[in-house]
Design a protein around this ligand. Structure first.
Ligand code: SAH
Length: 239
């Protein structure tokens, strides 16, 4: 996990030998399970360290204070194989984490990994964000909402901002040209109770493409009708 270790240091993060061991085990399980369950297209040892693990840790660049609190609640919407949520749980073992994905097979991998890594306070939820966000125990309950690779921003904010407590925030990890996506998302952001805080470029030589963090503060409660029924946020995005 040398590549990850070097990259993390550039982010001001120091991984312990125990944490590096956990990341190594994460890599082995990911690649092993990937032979029967479709989890990721990235399987090369160095690529996983950079494009999955280090990329997950870059979200800490947008955090205003180091998160080590047991009260801190984080949800990763459309987590897939646990990226970025589970990687962040290795970094900050005390946080309360919910990993949400609509695919049962991915959830099975996450449950296996949770036990292999000996992590507690990780809840794995199988379901659509459009439905789970209407359940009282998840709606407006999270200090931080994260999501990578799930949808374009106008759709994505409808799937994520309802989870966010007022005073909390949503960080989207984005790649490539995002100007159009961003401008198209402004209506959805305000309708869902958000306010754009910053768009930060990830400047690390480890990444050859352009990567961004889009940080949205939750300032007002999300109206009850959002998110709309499954499929609608993608089919008819609020633009
Ligand atoms: N975040 C991971 C996976 C991205 S792939 C990564 O960056 O590697 C997108 C994932 O989102 C898939 O696993 C898919 O099952 C999930 N997903 C897509 N739409 C969803 C929805 N509406 N609710 C919950 N999960 C969703």
């Amino acid at each position: 996990m040398e590549k990850l270790n070097i990259g993390a240091k550039k982010l001001g993060l120091h991984l312990t030998p125990g944490q590096l061991k956990q990341f190594h085990l994460y890599y082995q399980e990911l690649v092993g399970w990937n032979k029967r369950v479709n989890l990721t297209a990235i399987t090369d040892y160095e690529d996983v360290q950079i494009k999955h693990f280090l990329d997950s840790l870059t979200v800490t660049m947008a955090w205003q204070q180091p998160v080590v609190d047991t009260k801190f609640r984080l949800i990763d919407v459309g987590t897939g194989a646990g990226i970025p949520g589970l990687a962040l749980k290795i970094l900050f073992p005390d946080i309360r984490l919910v990993l949400l994905d609509s695919t049962a097979k991915k959830a099975a991998f996450l449950r296996h990994l949770k036990s292999e890594l000996g992590l507690d306070n990780v809840e794995i939820v199988v379901g659509r964000a459009e439905e789970i966000a209407h359940q009282a125990q998840y709606r407006e309950q999270f200090d931080m909402v994260l999501s990578r690779g799930v949808a374009l921003l106008p759709t994505l904010v409808e799937l994520t901002l309802p989870f966010c407590t007022i005073g909390g925030s949503f960080t989207a990890q984005k790649k490539g040209a995002i100007d159009l996506e961003l401008s198209q998302a402004s209506k959805a952001i305000s309708l869902l109770g958000g306010s754009l805080r910053e768009v930060r470029k990830i400047d690390l030589e480890e990444f050859t493409d352009e990567r961004w963090l889009v940080v949205i503060d939750k300032v007002l409660s999300t109206p009850q009708q959002y998110p709309r029924r499954p499929g609608m946020p993608a089919k008819r995005p609020i633009v």
